[in-house]
Design a protein around this ligand. Structure first.
Ligand SMILES: C[S@@+](CC[C@H](N)C(=O)[O-])C[C@H]1O[C@@H](n2cnc3c(N)ncnc32)[C@H](O)[C@@H]1O
Length: 314
């Protein structure tokens, strides 16, 4: 057993394709089987999720250990789009902990003041709380929270944190619909925040972006969604970007989209950035206002997840 708490789930049907998953899952939660560790619901994921979980957990460990004893111990972790805490890899039937449980289970978790987990699926929130309860800790909780309503999320956080706090926010959506105003609101209302955002290009973005740029009038809704995500229209007004679409340069477009996102983060005061591509699925973007953040990021991303590594190198 690794720190992923890996267990084989023999009831996973394995390799359900997108069509099959319309009946075997609901909101990506498996309807066929439950966790072999606790009989609670599990989320159906691709095997590339491990790379993301590994990276996030590495960063979390380095950050929490590096900051322990600083900020009078007022260090908080906030995850938006937390999931239920446990996943099943559809290619192998292996069950693993998701990011939220990996964080709670991490040896550096003890350095946190509080961990907040938000998800807009109420069953997912209840499931994660049932899992957290088993740890018998009183500094972690899952809440209902919708990333289209950042004020509600901030209200919950602000009732519990000290103004003198350092906060790490991880946002892990399944597509690029997270509005940039959510990032702006969180940054405005919470003191001292670093972000790790999963720019999930592997779902609709990779499929659509060429067409969206070449036939914007036929893709008004999708265009609006990406403009909201980036927080401005620059990407859609830049002739060089249009040319990338004409040249069918998908990688160039993906890189330009991520750079535009980083520009938006720069516009709200961030100065230090990191990014990690996970195959064609995710671009994980890191933003900090402190150079120490980028040292932590460089350490966290030095080692690729290779299928063997354990989660708590730091
Ligand atoms: C990629 S999954 C999260 C996986 C999780 N971080 C992990 O590693 O186990 C995305 C989650 O976002 C949630 N979600 C979808 N739309 C949301 C919204 N508007 N606000 C908050 N959560 C949302 C879904 O219910 C789902 O649980």
């Amino acid at each position: 057993m690794t720190e992923f708490n890996e267990r084989f789930n023999k009831n996973c049907l394995r390799n359900c394709d997108r069509d099959q998953r319309k009946t075997t899952t609901d909101d990506d939660i498996c309807l066929i089987t439950r966790s072999v560790t606790d009989d609670l619901p599990i989320r159906c994921v691709g095997e590339w999720s491990r790379t993301k979980i590994y990276l996030l957990t590495q960063y979390f460990g380095i950050f929490s250990t590096g900051m322990k004893g600083k900020w009078d111990g007022n260090i908080n972790y906030i995850e938006i789009c937390s999931g239920p805490g446990r996943c099943v890899e559809r290619s192998t039937g292996m069950e693993i902990d998701g990011t939220s449980l990996c964080v709670v289970n991490h040896k550096a978790f003890k350095y946190l003041k509080f961990a907040f987990f938000f998800d807009s699926n109420k069953d997912v929130v209840n499931t994660l709380n049932s899992r957290i309860e088993k740890f018998k800790i009183n500094n972690a909780k899952a809440y209902y929270g919708d990333y289209y309503q950042p004020d509600q999320i901030c209200e919950i956080i602000l009732t519990q944190i000290n103004q003198y706090s350092l906060n790490l926010i991880f946002i892990d959506p399944t597509d690029c619909s997270l509005p940039f105003f959510t990032i702006e609101s969180l940054k405005k209302r919470l003191p001292h925040v670093d972000f790790i955002v999963n720019v999930a290009v592997g779902t609709d973005f990779n499929r659509n972006i060429l067409q969206v740029l070449l036939k914007t009038d036929s893709y008004k809704e999708v265009t609006k969604k990406y403009i909201n995500f980036l927080g401005n229209k620059a990407f859609f007004e830049n002739p060089e970007i249009k040319q990338l679409a004409v040249d069918k340069d998908s990688l160039g477009l993906r890189n330009a989209f991520r750079e535009e996102y980083i520009n938006s983060l720069r516009g709200i005061g961030y100065q230090y950035f990191g990014q990690k591509q996970v195959k064609h699925y995710y671009d994980i973007v890191f933003a900090s206002s402190d150079p120490k953040g980028i040292d932590f990021w460089d350490k966290a991303t030095k080692n690729e997840y290779d299928g063997q590594r354990t989660l708590d190198l730091f």
